[in-house]
Design a protein around this ligand. Sequence first.
Ligand code: F2R
Ligand code: MG
Ligand code: MG
Ligand code: MG
Length: 351
Amino acid sequence: SYDILKSKFRGCLLGSLLGDCLGAPFEGDNMTTGDKLVIKNYLDKLEEPGFKCPFKPYTDDTAMTRSVAKALIDKPEPDFKFLAKLFVKEYFLEPNRGYGQNVVSVFQKLRQNKFEDVFKPASEQFNGSGSLGNGGAMRIAPVALYYFDKYNIMIDVVTNATKITHTNPLGVNGALLQSIAIQECLLEPQGEKLNVHNFVKKLLDKMKVFEYEDEDDLDGVIEEPYREKLLTVQNLLLRTYDQDELYDEILETLGNSIVALNSVPTAVYCFLKACAETPDLRNIFRNTIEYAIGLGGDTDTIASMAGAIAGAYVGEENLNVNLVRHCEKHNEIIEMADNLLAARQEIEKKV
Ligand code: F2R
Ligand code: MG
Ligand code: MG
Ligand code: MG
């Protein structure tokens, strides 16, 4: 129904914002066992009703997510030139949001070429192999929301929205996995306990078509890196570890870096681990974020992606209002979620 969708749209975009804002102070950190407690206390403190502190600024993850949402809201048909212009405009307006140097060179080329071919600068990155970073996946949530009931169009729009900066198949497939996970959560009923193993199976199934082509490679080796990561997620969910062992295992097998392959499956795992441990929707959201930040590495981005997935599952009312109020522009993000849903309703009316 409309109310559930509204709550899930808001939950997803707020979840993405919270992961970014709350994870950003730790980006690049190596976490020790003691640091896990520091993260727990940090989030506990922020959840206290009266607690006052300067707001937590968002980074490039949210800056770019906002541009993706704006493009969908303002244009009835997907317009990738418009989206590229929004990315570039936003970057030159606020360049100090933590963008990496490589994506900045894409923005500069796009501007120099007057957006003539919006996929060309990205395709030239890394000696023509294109970026496989997680910068495509980190901003993709609005596309998964907007096309929540139009799977094939979503896949197409995710692919092109990603290729403006990331053309390497690993970068694109990371964004696809992230969008598929969000869409699955949107369609998942809120009240029932999530079957985490079925959830991974659905992701495995859906990722197959994007990785299958490799079967015809000359070397005859089937390369299914994302599906392999998802199998690892499945294994990690089944096995019992002590906490320290588990964290070592996650870092070794799933990873926590700015490379999409070593961060998107990790984000999915953080959400599923939280779901496997408790049926309580409020705890699911909070724990997802806590696990993601506690892994260290690309904390803002992994927590943002995990937060978007968890938020789409639990809905806005299961995000702690105090965590929300500490994050920069949270009210604008809520408005954006509502506008995104309204834009979708408009399109429906016209057909
Ligand atoms: N840039 C950052 N964080 C680092 C700086 C902030 C830090 N807190 C500080 O104070 O120093 N964060 C933001 O960037 C990440 C998204 O990155 P994106 O846009 O995907 O980057 P890039 O550079 O395109 O790719 C990431 C790295 O992956 C390797 N790589 C990519 N493609 C490759 C290829 N074809 N071959 C080999 N290597 C490739 C490179 O090392 C890239 O640098 C998010 O974390 C966001 O928060
Ligand atoms: Mg960032
Ligand atoms: Mg091969
Ligand atoms: Mg990051």
